[in-house]
Ligand binder design. Structure first.
Ligand SMILES: [Fe+2]
Length: 224
């Protein structure tokens, strides 16, 4: 079993990094995973584009996981039933396309993964609520509470943290023009728990911020 991780794909706009050719020599199966760190966009219009993308992912020789970014259709996403997967909650979009929900701790191949999607859209004033922007792009109080509960149950220890964005202090360094908010402040508090590595999208850049924090966009990294 392998886990690959990458940044935003925005429907098919930045999907090129996941073409089969890049994985051809790796001998993957549906027991291998590719995790998209938000802005997947495969649940967006509920129509033809979604159907095309969901079939595209289904045909890949791996299982695709994604956390939510700020560009997902949250009304549609939340219309899928919640099921349990490796110790946490997911929305199963198709048999091998799974949304990893906020505040969850999963155990995959003996490693712990903590997920906390969401981000604030800097361009929301140009977007239309319920069509191209959703208030649910940022977590609610219950999701923060669930995150804290699940992390506490894991002894505040995880191997990986997968949010869409960075915590406030790191964001100030790598992308100071972005606004801080209750999510980036929450993520900042996670710096004090025990974790091995933190991968995130959102900033549309590939950057090793330090030995533990990596921003992803075009790079696809094999974690194991
Ligand atoms: Fe994005």
């Amino acid at each position: 079993m392998s886990l690959y991780v990458c940044g935003d794909v925005h429907q098919d706009i930045d999907l090129g990094k996941l073409t089969s050719a890049r994985f051809a020599a790796k001998g993957l199966s549906k027991n291998d995973y590719v995790l998209i760190c938000g802005d997947c966009g495969a649940v967006w219009d509920g129509r033809g584009t979604d159907r095309y993308l969901q079939k595209w992912y289904e045909k890949k020789p791996w299982t695709t996981l994604f956390i939510d970014g700020n560009h997902e259709n949250f009304d549609l996403l939340e219309s899928y039933p919640v099921s349990e997967w490796n110790g946490g909650n997911v929305h199963r979009i198709t048999p091998s396309l799974l949304h990893l929900m906020r505040g969850q701790v999963y155990t995959l191949d003996g490693r712990r993964l903590f997920t906390m999607g969401g981000a604030s859209s800097h361009d929301k004033r140009y977007r239309k609520e319920g069509i191209s922007w959703w208030e649910r792009e940022l977590p609610c109080a219950e999701e923060y509470a669930e995150a804290r509960r699940n992390l506490a149950a894991a002894g505040n220890r995880t191997d990986y943290i997968f949010p869409h964005c960075a915590g406030s202090r790191l964001q100030d360094i790598i992308s100071p023009e972005k606004e801080k908010n209750h999510l980036t402040d929450f993520l900042d508090t996670l710096e004090s728990i025990s974790f091995g590595a933190w991968y995130f999208g959102h900033y549309h850049k590939d950057l090793t911020a330090d030995e533990k924090h990596t921003a992803l966009f075009e790079n696809v990294i094999c974690l194991w």
